[in-house]
Ligand binder design. Structure first.
Ligand code: TXA
Ligand code: MG
Length: 323
């Protein structure tokens, strides 16, 4: 159906459409989500269709509080509770054994479901007013850069959805960190807004199992080529950069060497602040496309804290010679 997409801060509008099994854009602290009734197959199907997302890539359920999660999971291991109590509401997603109330359509046939309590006042208010959790993937077409503002959602989904709840720019700017507790063993499946260091302060033994292979069944959204803008992105340790005699358009961080003309430099954080860099990342990648740049170089961030998650996004967004 074609909609004249509205954008605003009217929670009752969002509730109206969600109750009709339609889908709406919602703000979260990580990125904007494309939300629908997570227990309703019609709404779930609309999410997959609007995003052009294959049905083998499961969705995250969003809740207002831990008590609301209980009916959707079979167990909540002690270690998972520890993380939940420490980081929720916040940029952490837990993968737990699902109960019968969660449709297999949402989990792509998996016995586990991904759950999260987002930290955004508008969306928490919305979730509290609903009798069901919201399924919400990032509100971007499949494999494109995630949206961090209502305008980003409008740019790509206007006409396809009835409403975008506008909660301002996303403060974290990269997606949640995903920790799986399948077989009761905690493993990080996706690096994101909670750093590995912060997780290990709470669970020192947590393992990392990031999947980069395409079409993996573990975290299918973790495809090698993901989060990609249309411009070709090459790291400065690539042959493309080495062969370029007058390189321009460089994405950098802090005071890394200005190896391109000053007016073609994009600094994610002149002060070297990782949180600021994460909050800027997707906006800057989208800007490259708006500017119709064909080729952009980037330097890697230090491989610690949120730098790891940002490097992971850059690695997936880069142009590989096999592309
Ligand atoms: O920050 C976020 O997590 C944002 C906001 C909107 O909450 N959402 C988000 O959703 O990034 P999405 O769909 O773009 O990415 C969710 C990832 C996918 O890579 C998917 O494969 C993984 O979570 N996932 C979902 N359910 C899973 C499950 N049952 N087991 C393993 N991985 C799962
Ligand atoms: Mg996504």
């Amino acid at each position: 159906m074609d909609f004249k997409t509205q954008r605003g801060i009217d929670i009752s509008q969002a509730i109206f459409w969600l109750n009709a099994n339609e889908i709406v854009g919602i703000p979260t602290e990580t990125v904007y989500g494309l939300a629908g009734n997570g227990l309703n197959e019609q709404a779930i199907t609309r999410i997959f269709q609007a995003k052009n997302r294959p049905f083998f890539d499961p969705l995250i359920l969003h809740f207002p509080n831990i008590a609301a999660i209980e009916s959707c999971v079979l167990e909540f291991p002690e270690d998972a509770k520890k993380l939940a109590e420490h980081f929720w509401p916040g940029p952490l997603t837990l993968v737990l054994p699902k109960s019968d109330s969660v449709p297999f359509l949402l989990t792509s046939g998996s016995d586990s479901v991904a759950v999260r309590i987002p930290n955004h006042p508008l969306s928490l208010q919305l979730l509290e007013a609903l009798p069901y959790p919201l399924a919400a993937p990032s509100a971007n077409p499949f494999t494109y850069v995630s949206p961090t503002s209502a305008q980003h959602v409008m740019d790509q989904l206007a006409g396809k959805i009835p409403y975008v709840l506008d909660g301002g720019p996303s403060s974290v700017g990269i997606e949640s960190t995903i920790v799986s507790f399948e077989n009761a063993i905690p493993r990080v499946l996706r690096l994101g807004g909670i750093s590995l260091e912060a997780l290990r302060d709470i669970l020192p033994s947590i393992a990392v199992q990031i999947q980069h292979a395409p079409n993996t069944s573990m975290a299918p959204g973790q495809m090698a080529h993901h989060y990609a803008p249309r411009c070709a992105l090459y790291p400065i340790d690539s042959d493309e950069f080495r062969k370029d005699r007058s390189p321009k358009n460089l994405l950098k961080f802090q005071n890394q060497d200005p190896i391109a003309p000053e007016d073609t430099l994009f600094d994610l954080s002149p002060d070297g602040n990782m949180s600021e860099a994460a909050a800027q990342l997707f906006t800057v990648l989208r800007k490259f496309d708006e500017m119709q740049l064909k080729r952009v170089y980037f330097d890697w961030l230090p491989d610690r804290d949120l730098g790891r998650a940002i490097n992971d996004r850059l690695s997936r967004a880069q142009k590989k010679s096999t592309d």
